[in-house]
Write a protein that binds this ligand. Sequence first.
Ligand code: NAG
Length: 453
Amino acid sequence: MIDTLINVAFCVSSLVTVLMLLLPSQYDPRHSTKSTRPKTSVQILVLGDIGRSPRMQYHALSIARNGGQVVIIGYTESDPHPDLISHPNVTIVPIRPHPAILQTSNKLLFTLYGPLKVLFQVVCLWRCLAYTTPPSRWLLVQNPPSIPTLAVASLSCFLRQTRLVIDWHNFGYSILALKLGPNHPLVKVSLWYEKIFCKSAFAHFCVTDAMRSVLKQDFQLQAPILPLHDRPASHFSPIQDADERIKFLASLPETKEICSKPIRLRVLVSSTSWTPDEDFSVLIEALLQYSKLATSNTDLPEILAIITGKGPQKEMYMQKIATLEAAGKLKKVTIRTAWLSVADYAKLLASASLGVSLHTSSSGVDLPMKVVDMFGAGLPVVGWNRFEAWPELVTEGVNGMGFGSADELAEQLAKLFGDDKKLEALRVGAQKESTRRWDDEWNPIAGKLLGLN
Ligand SMILES: *[C@@H]1O[C@H](CO)[C@@H](O)[C@H](O)[C@H]1NC(C)=O
């Protein structure tokens, strides 16, 4: 009997010792005493493609430029921002992508494969956060996705004495609700999970004032919640010279041919992630209506619509567009897709006539970053406006206009492209907006919190 007890005690104590030895190392502010010590160290975690997470890249650049040491952890499917790659104080740590077989759009398979995918992500994230990277003062996490990021980040921050900051772009549960429906049990679990784990954060950033109210009231957060509005990065800037705009469009492979034709042309740009929260059929329907209108009313110019972005529904829509073209329903409209470098995308925005945002906002309190970039380039915007936070971004009739249906969008296209004065007035408003910059917003709020200024 006593032998058994001793054996059990021995096993337990060995196990505890092994666990203790396996624990990740902690952050120690006195650790480095070199004179070149960085002002602070920040891990940035995004459970998504780093190259397609502009806001997290801007955080990283701002921290590094203000003297902090940055480790940015995420998937590396597309090329990250060139300044991130070249900055000596930024390290990019790739997360292993989950096996492609676990990716599915089928609802039943999603509930089946979901747990497997999450388990895989937990293991990869834990390795990255607790072992691969050195302990740091701060961990800045993008939310959503919140599963399993928030839980793993909370635990590793607790063990490593790292301060957790959550950057709220939206809510994980509301994105999931788009996929599964608002009453699905998984959506309820997801909301509960998000509410529990966000409480361990030291502070929060969020993208709108409206989101701050939701976090304060519905999530009952006690820690500071700091709205940090998206602003365009410095590479988005207006091109004042109209000739230079035309020259750029004539040089781009995607637009070269049509821009050389002797026709009156307006260039419309839309960037989409080709996901269910952006109903691309609204734009197609509006362009169909416009084409019909412009066929009978010859005062209306032709439209070249350039769609940028990568995503799951792209193929489906491209086939739809090809069918419509073949049926002669898009006579006055040409639709082209493009995947451009960071610099060319910025120039395209500055050279186009109008930007279109189809973002529908699953929570009502998030905002499309692409509109911010369009303003940065001095490009006026028309966008889906049936959600609460829209007026925080666009001032109706001053720098853009909002629509709630394909009919309304078609009407606006005809109004703006049929009257150069109206479009020019919006461009003036957008150019004014372009003077508000990321650093002006970031330095006094995030820089201050992180102790960088
Ligand atoms: C990188 O960080 C070190 C401190 O760790 C600092 O001395 C150096 O100036 C930083 N480099 C740049 C380019 O900011």
